[in-house]
Design a protein around this ligand. Structure first.
Ligand SMILES: Cc1cc2nc3c(=O)[nH]c(=O)nc-3n(C[C@H](O)[C@H](O)[C@H](O)COP(=O)(O)O)c2cc1C
Length: 198
């Protein structure tokens, strides 16, 4: 896939975390992941121009699994980890729709995905850029992800409710929050509240 698309894309994400594809998550295991990333990195090396490669992980991983992924990700020399995809968990939900199959996104995912982000930040110890995603719908949410260890953030579900202008609202809100707390830029705030999520 990368061989064919590489010339036309700005980055690639190895998504081994969608709960909607049977057995896909099995690729998060150490040996399968190591082999997969080795193949992807070789395909990238063969491209005429280099593009960043990210790994996207699930929020439902155990601590031991996260540690293995961190090790493989660093060894493979990928460019970063996207934490996280949707969750299989329905904890705390009271809706009659709670037992529907598939991955859950949006607000109920925020805490769980932020905890995984903080743990991954601790495990990689600043050696790998992290992209925080999961339940961000406000500048405060984006700021919390950054302070938990994210170098960048993504929004998905909230765009359905807030539209594309939400991205601008989040960026402007972030500026104010950084200024309020005396940070000159996003980089200075990264991981400053990581311990709160561990
Ligand atoms: C309907 C839907 C489709 C998705 N499709 C993909 C996908 O194809 N690849 C992927 O990596 N993540 C996919 N995701 C996961 C999102 O990119 C995101 O990681 C997740 O929804 C958590 O962020 P959010 O709470 O802001 O939505 C999908 C999520 C939803 C709700």
């Amino acid at each position: 896939m990368l061989t064919h698309c590489g010339a036309h894309i700005d980055f690639a994400t190895v998504n081994v975390s969608s709960p909607n594809t049977e057995k896909l998550r099995d690729l998060q295991g150490k040996s399968a992941l190591s082999a997969l990333l080795a193949g992807v990195m070789q395909a990238r090396a063969d491209l005429e121009r280099s593009i960043p490669v990210f790994l996207k992980i699930a929020p439902d991983l155990t601590d031991a699994e996260l540690a293995e992924i961190a090790e493989v990700a660093i060894e493979s020399q990928i460019d970063g980890i996207i934490t996280t995809n949707t969750t299989l968990s329905r904890d705390g939900l009271t809706s009659s729709d709670r037992d529907q199959a598939g991955g859950l996104s949006g607000k109920p995912l925020f805490e769980k995905s932020t905890r995984v982000l903080a743990r991954m930040s601790q495990l990689t110890d600043g050696n790998l850029p992290l992209i925080g995603v999961g339940g961000i719908s406000t500048a405060e949410d984006a700021y919390a992800k950054i302070c938990a260890g994210a170098n960048a953030v993504q929004l998905y579900t909230a765009l359905v409710f807030g539209g594309l202008s939400l991205a601008e609202d989040v960026v402007r809100g972030l500026d104010k929050l950084l200024e309020r707390d005396g940070f000159a830029n996003v980089a200075d705030a990264v991981g400053t509240k990581r311990a709160d999520w561990l």
